[in-house]
Design a protein around this ligand. Structure first.
Ligand code: DGL
Length: 219
């Protein structure tokens, strides 16, 4: 069974993609709504939550863990690796970073995510490891997670806030934008419209499921 967690409903974008690619995959999903958002919390707190979530999923029969949250992937992956050395654990940052380096033509890659993900600079680090001549522009978009959890997917307020967040990335003429938060694919249409249709959008859900599907794991 694949155990998946996020702070809320964003990780369901990963579940949806798993069902598209592997319709029979047994899944156990934990959305930690009582303690969301994660993106405004300290590394210590995010590690604690990620560890508790992983333990809960393992106690309920999960054999593989997918961290369907960029914030927890950015700040707690190493912690989880150390705590659960025998459990296969997938995170969403590396596959998205790899996909961005494959798709960019002008080497200008943007990333939007929570404040915690962007301040960790993990995307810069992973991208530069793969493509040292790339330029990475990060923009934190702290209000979007709450707006999406509220179901404000198509409200004028959401569009205005998004415009403000994307403006600096648009100015840099990025050709690839990583949706560095698993909530953001839920407003992919708005993001594509605002950043421009020529910009490649990288959905971390799609990227991690490609990895998951290419590996074999215990049931
Ligand atoms: N879906 C989470 C992520 O990918 C949202 C984090 C939050 O709760 O702030 O980062």
């Amino acid at each position: 069974m694949i155990g998946i967690f996020d702070s809320g409903l964003g990780g369901l974008t990963v579940v949806k993609e798993i069902f598209r690619v592997m319709p029979d995959a047994p899944i156990l999903y934990l959305g930690d709504l009582a303690r969301m958002p994660y993106g405004t919390k300290s590394k210590e707190t995010i590690c604690k939550y990620a560890e508790e979530n992983t333990r809960f999923l393992l106690d309920h029969g999960a054999k593989i863990i997918v961290i369907a949250c960029n914030t927890a992937s950015s700040l707690a992956y190493d912690h989880l690796r150390a705590k659960f050395p025998d459990t296969p654990i997938l995170e969403v940052v590396s596959p998205a970073a790899r996909k961005a380096t494959e798709l960019t033509k002008n080497n200008k890659i943007g990333v939007i995510g929570t404040r915690a993900t962007i301040s960790s600079k993990i995307y810069e680090k992973k991208i530069m490891e793969l493509k040292s001549d790339a330029h990475v522009f990060g923009a934190s978009a702290p209000l979007l997670v709450s707006l999406i959890e509220e179901g404000w997917l198509d409200k004028t307020e959401t569009k205005m806030i998004l415009k403000k967040y994307l403006h600096p990335l648009k100015k840099e003429q990025i050709d690839t934008l990583i949706l560095g938060c698993t909530h953001f694919p839920l407003i992919k249409g708005l993001i594509q419209h605002r950043i421009g249709k020529r910009v490649n959008l990288i959905d971390s859900a799609e990227a991690v499921v490609e990895d998951l599907a290419s590996k074999s794991y215990p049931d």
